[in-house]
Design a protein around this ligand. Structure first.
Ligand code: AMP
Ligand code: MG
Length: 412
């Protein structure tokens, strides 16, 4: 539609304004949810040493190469190697060492015979054992460095550190990580009709929900909420909260409400004439968008107030910006193409972002449907409870029919 800026143009404009947060060194245990700034390099080999993959006996392979149930090979157990042992017994002809999973394999051994392949079993196996089956050469030995060698990269810069990554780093002997400092974000809900959830409502009032939404999404994006406030639609209140955000050190201010065409658009009114621009973007919901830099250098995102509009706007513009600030390699949500379970209408001439639920009951054929019974209304805040994705329908498509393939942006 003419006169509207495309989503891509607006996002490019946003990302061009983003500056990275500085790197900070943190202990591994405090690094979860942060983005790695410096690649991590293994300090030790994984495995650290040749070790046994089975509970059994370390042997010299040549001696047991012909073992069979009818030709047992008898060996004398000369050492016991539990986890953590420092022992490295020198096995001579006719000797074996009892060994537990993970224990270091003696340099003189070149195969492991599991207990199951001996006559004695685990219980009384510290004297003599009879090997009933020949192991393969090097059987059940996990080789030092087979997974990773000291000096090799464990995790690339720009990676989100989750428990999986952090456990790999710990296994590689790493104690600290240099990560991007979490962006400091202020969340400001505007609207004279808003009262905290749970409080009695007089006519005209509604529970305030966007600050819950936006603060949570900010944290999910790896950033820190340094201020969360709700203000009424007066210039004084909004100016005061901007001052408080600056005081709190906010690098990003995310506001909801007050950016469209009404008579009391406080965000738009207060910031008109500043470096924050108010733009119409070719999407539904989320057409009115404010974005720019405040006098103190913080970036301001002025999101529309309807709850679904705020949620979609955050996904499309704020989250990628927060991830880019942290140097995250992958700043976009995964998109899956799924058939629509039912049909729905789409807005003419604008890209639709429809809160959607995914039916996963058939693993071979997931389907997508609107999360709200009422369709695509941006005010349908209750439907967000069922949303786990956004169906993204191009501007040219006027209607989605059941079975049509739809792009689905996964958000949970
Ligand atoms: P606005 O963009 O300020 O015109 O708000 C649009 C609609 O969203 C209005 O119906 C508001 O009541 C609603 N709304 C705005 N902010 C919030 C909020 N923080 N929580 C819940 N609803 C909101
Ligand atoms: Mg408002």
């Amino acid at each position: 539609m003419s006169g509207l800026r495309s989503v891509e143009e607006q996002l490019a404009h946003v990302l061009a304004a983003v500056r990275p947060t500085p790197p900070v060194r943190v202990p591994l245990r405090d690094a979860a949810g942060s983005t790695l700034h410096d690649a991590l390099t293994a300090q030790v080999d994984i495995p650290v040493f040749d070790n046994s993959a089975m509970d059994g006996f370390a042997v010299r392979h040549a001696e047991v190469a012909d073992a069979a149930p009818e030709r047992p090979v008898h060996l004398t157990v000369v050492a016991d190697l539990p986890a953590g042992t420092e022992l490295d017994p020198d096995l001579e002809a006719g000797q074996a060492a009892r060994i537990m999973t993970g224990s270091p394999v003696p340099a003189s051994a070149d195969a492991i015979v599991p207990f199951e392949d001996t006559a004695a079993g685990l219980a009384d196996s510290l004297g003599e054992i009879a090997v009933l089956r020949a192991p393969q050469p090097a059987a059940h030995i996990r080789r030092r460095g087979a997974d990773l060698r000291a000096g090799e990269e464990v995790i690339a810069a720009g990676t989100l550190l989750t428990p999986l990554q952090l456990s790999a780093a710990a296994a590689a002997g790493i104690a600290e990580a240099v990560v991007a400092r979490r962006p400091r974000v202020a969340v400001v809900a505007t609207g004279s009709e808003l009262v905290p959830p749970g409080q009695p409502l007089r006519r005209g009032q509604i529970p305030e929900s966007n600050s819950e939404l936006l603060a949570g999404l900010v944290r999910d994006a790896g950033a820190a909420v340094v201020l969360r406030e709700t203000v009424d639609d007066t210039d004084a209140a909004f100016l005061a909260v901007l001052a408080a955000a600056a005081e709190a050190g906010a690098e990003v201010v995310v506001t909801s409400g007050g950016v469209s065409e009404g008579a009391f658009e406080v965000v738009k009114n207060v910031l008109s004439g500043s470096d924050v621009a108010f733009t119409k973007v070719s999407m539904q919901p989320g057409k009115p968008q404010g974005f720019g830099r405040l006098a103190d250098g913080a970036l301001l995102f002025g999101l529309p107030g309807n709850p679904v509009s705020s949620a979609v706007s955050f996904e499309v513009f704020v989250r990628p910006a927060l991830l880019r600030m942290q140097g995250r390699t992958r700043i976009h949500r995964p998109v899956l193409r799924l058939p629509a379970a039912i049909g729905w209408r789409t807005p003419p001439g604008r890209r639709q972002y429809l809160p959607a639920a995914i039916d996963q009951s058939d693993p071979a054929r997931w389907t997508v449907r609107p999360a709200t019974a009422g369709g695509s209304g941006s005010h349908l805040a209750g439907g967000l409870a069922r949303a786990e994705a956004y169906a993204v329908v191009p501007a040219e498509v006027g209607e989605v029919a059941a079975g049509d393939p739809v792009d689905v942006m996964l958000v949970s």
